[in-house]
Design a protein around this ligand. Sequence first.
Ligand code: PA5
Length: 470
Amino acid sequence: MPLPALRIDYANVLDTAVGATHGLSLAELRRAEPEVKALVARIERERKAGQHRYRELPHDTAMLATVQAAVRRCRGKFENLVVLGIGGSALGNIALQTALNPCFYNLMSPRERRGPRLFVMDNVDPAQFGDLLDLLGPSLRKTLFNVISKSGETAETAAQFLVVRDLLRRKLGAAGLRANLLVTTDPEGGTMRGIVDAEGYASLPVPPGVGGRFSVLSAVGLFSAGLCGIRIDQLLAGAAAMDRRVAKTAVRQNPAALLALLLYLFYVRGKRLHVMMPYSYALKDLADWYRQLWAESLGKRLDLDGHVVNVGPTPIKALGATDQHSQVQLYREGPNDKVFIFLEVERHARDVKIPRAAGLPAELDYLQGRSLGALLNAEKRATEYALVASERPCLTIRFPVVRAETVGQFILLWEAATTIAGGLLHINPYDQPAVQMGKEFTFALMGKRGFERQAREYAQAARRGGRHVV
Ligand code: PA5
């Protein structure tokens, strides 16, 4: 049976819909196509030479088998799964869970759920973390902690790990500590790998050459998804199908090339705010995942030749219909500096009928006998129509249904679009030097050895700045 395919509808970014001042012409697209075609061909060549390693994940059957084996070993043993990670080591896990498990999964009874409750802790907020430990205290023996850190150096994850390691050791002893901990990290180097090897924890690899925000389709995102009952084989099958589409050099046949080109052309024209607005609760955390991918990959100070360029679109997430009552006033009448990316679901996982009832005011007749799904999709179309009427460019990514195959397609689509957009902006989409600096100064402020220079620099800057507090 053919997989249900994602479609991109871009009619409403064209000048025919939003006018020549704010829309793109087909002629403009055609003029840009040879450059994108050459870029996609180059990426495919580089891929064969070992670059863009995330593109291989959907086809990596050995990796899938390793994760499935780990899932089988843990199945039925735990009531809770706690992921300790941040950024690319957490956002994909959250997105998969929201997209592919029932909304109130953690509140369901163990018999109704397809796996343990899932808690993804991507912060070091002491009140939040302390509350989680209190909640899990009585069922600690039935709680698996999956520490995820590619580098093994990240302060937030390292701190969480130290707290949990101490807790498990005190409450369950050395054997319990090993039984309740699984570490996903670099298979060869880094602080966490050293600890895993020295202390004998079970581990899963983050594939070499795959950066955090491109790693959701590896053990990083797949283990928690698999243990919570998500069909990770189907997720990868969807991603593999999209991988074939995004390898095509003809721009109109390659959804990632088209997305990257449209958003790049708008960026050059000064529309630098890219709002992703799913009309589906299931897709809301994929918008969060996209926000990291687009921002951290494309926001760069230097281009590939070392020139200072300070480029990068600002991704924004919104949720339909909720944010119609929060953001749409600004989106329609505020500055025309945004492109809207709607996510629309043709067939929702389920629908709720609005009942007919006698004796109610005639003003409510239009709702009676309809469904919440029909209302939500009508709101999407109406909001888009209103934005287009105000000359705001809008495109729609259409999901026939939300299930593992289509979510896999969506992930690979945006990862590939990010690589292509990086090429168009002439920057490296895979590094994050600015985040690195924050990490280093956190080390300095926490007194880590080797970061004394940064600590001095910080103190000097603080003195220079003086104290201006109201
Ligand atoms: O995308 C990235 O590279 C980052 O967001 C990382 O995922 C994040 O900083 C966490 O890094 P690590 O997995 O090394 O702890």
